[in-house]
Design a protein around this ligand. Structure first.
Ligand code: E4P
Length: 226
């Protein structure tokens, strides 16, 4: 399973890269608005840090506008993907962009029918928003399960990005549901690393270590053997 970070913050992205677990990044206008820098500079910066797809969202609602923005963002770096909203015009743009070889991520997907339409139109990635469905008492993960089953049956190549992830259990559920990718806020990635029993275990081992004779120089080259 691949992990993307759902952020526009380069410090968070650098940390995830350093952990060796980052496969890509998704951004959106809300995330971009928190960074106080120009969109192009931000996307180019992120694309240079992460060795994987970086989604940059288009904001036009008409086909020509979406296509112009998609062509622009994907010209900024070779790993940028155009994020297109799940609308009728969005589908038209996705089909035309696919024919031009421009990769797309169809965003704001809230049903299996929408996801199926996006895959059929030639989307590279399809992003069901799990958390936002959970927020309105609908089982968001069911959309991921349905899409994974449908894409397998019909051989669609679109990859499913389980999106709007709110907590670590969402990631486990998305993995079991067959999502190719989960895109996580940095906080969730951190939560997946830590466990209170790991912290307590380290504390105890370090305390007991000081009772081992010669512990302070044990790892020195040529240090005491007994
Ligand atoms: C996905 O690409 C979106 O940016 C994201 O997952 C939205 O999540 P939210 O519901 O937490 O805003």
């Amino acid at each position: 399973m691949k992990f993307f970070l759902d952020t526009a913050n380069v410090d968070e992205i650098r940390q995830a890269v350093a952990w060796g677990v980052l496969d890509g990044v998704t951004t959106n206008p809300t995330l971009a608005s928190k960074e106080g820098r120009s969109f192009r500079e931000m996307i180019e910066d992120i694309a240079s840090i992460v060795d994987g797809p970086v989604s940059a969202e288009t904001v036009s609602l008409d086909v020509e506008g979406m296509m112009a923005e998609a062509r622009a963002v994907t010209s900024w770096a070779p790993n940028v993907v155009a994020k297109i909203p799940m609308t009728g015009h969005g589908l038209t743009a996705v089909r035309r962009l696919a024919d031009e070889g421009v990769p797309t991520n169809v965003t704001l997907v809230f049903s299996a029918t929408q996801g199926l339409m996006a895959a059929k139109a030639g989307a590279t990635f399809v992003s069901p928003f799990v958390g936002r469905l959970d927020d309105i008492s609908v089982d968001g993960m069911q959309v991921v399960r349905d899409l994974a089953e449908i894409f397998t049956i019909y051989g669609y190549e679109a990859e499913i990005i389980a999106s709007s992830m709110r907590h670590p259990l969402h990631i486990i559920e998305a993995a079991k549901a067959g999502a190719n990718i989960a895109t996580l806020p940095f906080k969730v990635l951190e939560q997946m690393v830590r466990h209170p029993l790991t912290d307590a275990g380290i504390e105890r081992f370090l305390s007991d270590w000081t009772k081992v004779p010669g512990y302070a120089t044990a790892f020195q080259v040529g240090g005491p053997k007994r």
